[in-house]
Design a protein around this ligand. Structure first.
Ligand SMILES: Cc1cc2nc3c(=O)[nH]c(=O)nc-3n(C[C@H](O)[C@H](O)[C@H](O)COP(=O)(O)OP(=O)(O)OC[C@H]3O[C@@H](n4cnc5c(N)ncnc54)[C@H](O)[C@@H]3O)c2cc1C
Length: 304
């Protein structure tokens, strides 16, 4: 279970005490505030705080004295224009602060996004919980034969049982030794900052992660994508559900231009123009490499 009864009670207390404010609030976001959404077997994502809404993006773009809102359709049009033309700074006026519980190997991918503010649970100061990510059977996939960074079919039968046993036993044994090393019963006990080094990468950590909307959308573009590893993608998907309600117009523009759109090279544009004129363009006549041509074809037939 991702939250203890005490933690859940703290969240319930916060949600039971609404506070008056002159600041703009996003109705769609208020329902998410503080709620922990489970991700993987022990993880979660929850919104701790946020600033701004769709109107704040327009307000900044117009450098307005008031809320900056014209009509909803006017604002939606402006947001789509900003997104389409990579006029990104108005999106930086919105911020979100998340509390995330995630396996360390997922955290290593996540932390590569340098444009956020992070404060992680200290395993020098505190003792890590005995919680490890173990994939559900349907996610216990074999190495992909065609993509070095990807997965194939799920393992099954004895092989799946053996892998699950290794994952559970190794994590359990490493944690037992960790607990014994820091134990102070009758002895000094090893420092926590040292004892943690034998813990596996599937143990859970936690952090507060604060980021502006522009950089959050960049993160989601990369991590809610089919090419991202499943274990980080599920966190990105959970965040997408929140962002969709927080800034509906910005999220719709993001879905259209970034998630649904595509980047086409100059050679690609040339091929498209020639195809529209009826030419039978091939990889040889496209000027593209085989790999690039394959990706271009996938883009055109919608399987990318
Ligand atoms: C599918 C996938 C596979 C990956 N595989 C690997 C891998 O094999 N090995 C690996 O090491 N990484 C890998 N990565 C990580 C990837 O290379 C990026 O480090 C990560 O996605 C963060 O992207 P970012 O730098 O754009 O994000 P952020 O750090 O959030 O930066 C956002 C943007 O800010 C700007 N910026 C931020 N910091 C700087 C800076 N110091 N200088 C200049 N501009 C800056 C850049 O424009 C950047 O795009 C992978 C990522 C994905 C999504």
């Amino acid at each position: 279970m991702p939250l203890s009864p005490d933690q859940q009670s703290e969240i319930d207390t916060l949600r039971a005490a609404p506070q008056g404010t002159l600041r703009a609030t996003a109705p769609g976001m208020e329902k998410h505030l503080y709620t922990a959404y489970p991700v993987l077997d022990h993880g979660f994502v929850r919104v701790v705080d946020y600033m701004g809404d769709d109107a704040a993006i327009c307000q900044a773009a117009r450098v307005s004295y008031g809320r900056g809102t014209k009509s909803v359709s006017n604002d939606e049009g402006l947001i789509r224009y900003l997104m389409r033309h990579w006029h990104s700074t108005p999106f930086e006026m919105c911020e979100i602060k998340l509390h995330v519980k995630l396996p360390i190997f997922v955290a290593r991918q996540w932390i590569r996004h340098r444009t956020a503010n992070v404060n992680e649970y200290s395993a020098r100061y505190s003792i890590l919980d005995r919680e490890f990510y173990v994939p559900a059977p349907e996610h216990l996939a074999a190495q992909s034969a065609i993509n070095n960074q990807g997965r194939g079919e799920a393992l099954s039968g004895e092989e799946a049982d053996r892998v699950l046993r290794y994952l559970r036993d190794d994590a359990s044994r490493a944690y037992d030794h960790y607990a014994q090393m820091i134990s102070t019963e009758g002895q000094q006990g090893l420092a926590r900052e040292l004892a943690r080094m034998n813990l596996p990468a599937n143990i859970y950590t936690q952090w507060y992660w604060k980021v502006d909307l522009h950089n959050l959308l960049h993160f989601l573009r990369l991590r809610a994508d089919a090419h991202a590893q499943y274990e980080i993608r599920v966190y990105a998907d959970a965040i997408c559900n929140v962002v969709r309600d927080w800034v509906p117009a910005a999220y719709a523009a993001f879905e259209d231009y970034r998630m649904g759109g595509a980047q086409v090279s100059g050679k690609g544009m040339d091929c498209i123009r020639r195809m529209l004129k009826g030419e039978d363009v091939t990889q040889e006549s496209s000027g593209m490499s085989k790999g690039e041509w394959r990706e271009f074809q996938a883009l055109l037939d919608g399987s990318a």
